[in-house]
Write a protein of this length. Structure first.
Length: 148
């Protein structure tokens, strides 16, 4: 079973992503039947983009508050029932004293937002891959499909 199988019956999905630079949107868009449930996404890599399009306010860009704001606001922006947002430090260097591999993933649905902190290992590519894997697993669990 894929996200497509469960998402199409549960409503529409939107994505806000930073460090993954469009990778998560690409994964979703490539799934068969994605046009029935995937609204699209906002790749907000720069702080200015996160502020202007996703209204993160004064929150640090790699924080629970930023991830939650990104999820809520992309859902509203794209009229989606469910939204998932990812923000973090891919590396190889720390950013604002935040270690590489630190990632926040937030999900918005039915007026509720949840956020999860992850610590991934590896180079920037590995961190982005692990981030997308975790986001996809969270979405699958939310939709009632256990990926394991």
């Amino acid at each position: 079973m894929s996200i497509s199988t469960t998402a199409s019956s549960r409503g529409s999905v939107a994505v806000a992503e930073s460090l993954t630079g469009g990778l998560l949107c690409s994964r979703f868009a490539r799934q068969e039947g994605a046009s029935a449930w995937f609204r699209g996404g906002v790749v907000a890599y720069a702080r200015m983009t996160k502020e202007r399009l996703l209204d993160i306010g004064d929150a640090p860009v790699v924080s629970e508050a930023a991830a939650r704001s990104m999820a809520v606001n992309v859902a509203e922006l794209l009229s989606a029932d469910v939204a998932i947002a990812v923000t973090g430090v891919g590396g190889p260097d720390p950013e604002d004293d935040i270690l590489p591999g630190t990632v926040w993933i937030a999900m918005y649905s039915a007026g509720e937002t949840e956020a999860h902190l992850f610590r991934f290992d590896g180079d920037p590519t590995a961190v982005c891959t692990q981030t997308c894997d975790a986001a996809e697993t969270l979405l699958q669990a939310h939709l009632g499909y256990d990926a394991r």
